[in-house]
Design a protein around this ligand. Structure first.
Ligand SMILES: Cc1cc2nc3c(=O)[nH]c(=O)nc-3n(C[C@H](O)[C@H](O)[C@H](O)COP(=O)(O)O)c2cc1C
Length: 359
């Protein structure tokens, strides 16, 4: 059968990637795309960080930066979706062009720089929702902020009533100096302030929302040791592994490989999955990990879970495969899990941890 997206894609790819992204958001908003019916599979169901996920596949941050289409994304079959990164004040981001498709490699390079409408606009949109479904809020700092930690704390406070979880994103390569927050002392200062704000809001509202930390795939072993130590000390709820990479390994399309920014999509899969395993080895079995980077199929989603992830997210491969991708992955994931003869996908976590060498 001809996949209708393959035809649409040819037209969509005539536009530059940022215009195509805007058109896809407009299409989702208008409701022209049919919902994808994915039969609920009890074997894919899991409770992670206190939240009940109908399936382990989520939409990664950066597609729906301004919370325009969270419900439309959930209707595509995703078990959860993450809006943002949002910063307190709106900001324009870097000069265009700033997103590049590397079609041959099914990769993307972006240097957007946290372009977003700011907290107030995203909050207004999330407040207007019915509230069903798991929608996480990914928070960041403004480029010109004089107190980055305060920007993250403001995110927790502003979105506490409308989020199901938070992600503190300290790993975008496109905001100068942001990744320095991953260093041990800065991370301790950031997480203690963020988790103190969460604890305070939890006490006021009577509900404790999980806070995840999103890290880069380009860390040294010492860097990973430090993050694991701080995460365990600070009682973080989980890690999201990983953001885009500065590496250009695995690209065959050299034409655009020289563009500055973070690379994502298929060539990120091996690197980001090795970091999932490396962090699982450091963290032990209890702390949740969400694996992101190059998920393109049920097999790659399962590979992340076998490497130590509880849940997975994707973004870039949907650019190439279209909005039917989550439903396709979920249908095939059900078959793969049934074939393994386990009662729950949870039993497959960590089963190939040793396959991934130390990075
Ligand atoms: C165009 C684009 C914009 C992104 N923006 C964000 C962002 O605002 N915040 C964030 O945490 N990650 C952002 N990401 C990173 C993704 O969430 C994800 O971590 C990364 O792309 C790896 O997953 P993938 O290979 O499935 O795309 C962005 C990725 C892309 C391609």
């Amino acid at each position: 059968m001809i996949d209708p997206f393959k035809l649409t894609r040819r037209g969509l790819f005539l536009f530059d990637p940022e215009t195509a992204h805007g058109l896809s958001i407009a299409a989702l908003k208008s409701g022209v795309l049919p919902a994808c019916r994915v039969p609920a599979d009890p074997k894919l169901r899991q409770t992670v960080a206190g939240l009940d996920f109908a399936n382990p596949l989520g939409l990664a941050a950066g597609y729906d930066k301004n919370a325009e289409v969270p419900d439309a994304m959930l209707k595509l079959g995703f078990g959860f979706t993450e809006i943002g990164t949002v910063t307190p004040k709106p900001q324009a981001g870097n000069a265009k062009p700033r997103i590049f498709r590397l079609e041959q490699d099914e990769a993307v390079i972006n240097r957007l720089g946290f372009n977003n409408d700011g907290h107030d606009a995203a909050f207004a949109r999330l407040s207007a929702r019915s509230g069903a479904g798991i929608v996480g809020v990914n928070i960041g700092a403004n480029k010109d902020s004089e107190d980055r930690v305060a920007d993250y704390v403001a995110g927790i406070r502003r979105f506490y009533s409308v989020a199901k979880y938070f992600t503190a994103n300290i790993s975008s390569p496109n905001t100068p100096g942001l990744r320095d927050l991953q260093a041990r002392d800065s991370l301790t200062a950031l997480l203690s302030a963020v988790l103190a704000a969460r604890n305070d809001e939890a006490q006021k509202s009577g509900k404790r929302l999980p806070v995840f930390l999103k890290i880069a795939p380009d860390l040294t072993r010492e860097g990973m040791d430090d993050i694991a130590a701080v995460a365990l000390e600070q009682d973080l709820d989980g890690l999201i592994v990983s953001n885009t990479t500065l590496s250009r390994d695995g690209l065959t399309d050299q034409r655009q490989a020289g563009e500055a920014g973070g690379m994502s999509g298929k060539p990120l899969f091996a690197k980001s999955t090795a970091v999932v395993a490396a962090m699982r080895r450091r963290l032990g079995p209890a702390m949740p990990i969400i694996g992101v980077g190059g998920v393109s199929s049920a097999q790659t989603a399962l590979d992340k879970i076998r490497a130590g992830a509880d849940l997975v997210q994707l973004y870039s491969c949907m650019v190439y495969e279209g909005p039917g991708l989550p439903a396709k992955i979920l249908r095939e994931l059900s078959l793969l899990v049934a074939r393994e003869g386990v009662a729950s996908i949870r039993e497959l976590r960590d089963t190939r941890l040793d396959h991934w060498p130390e990075v």
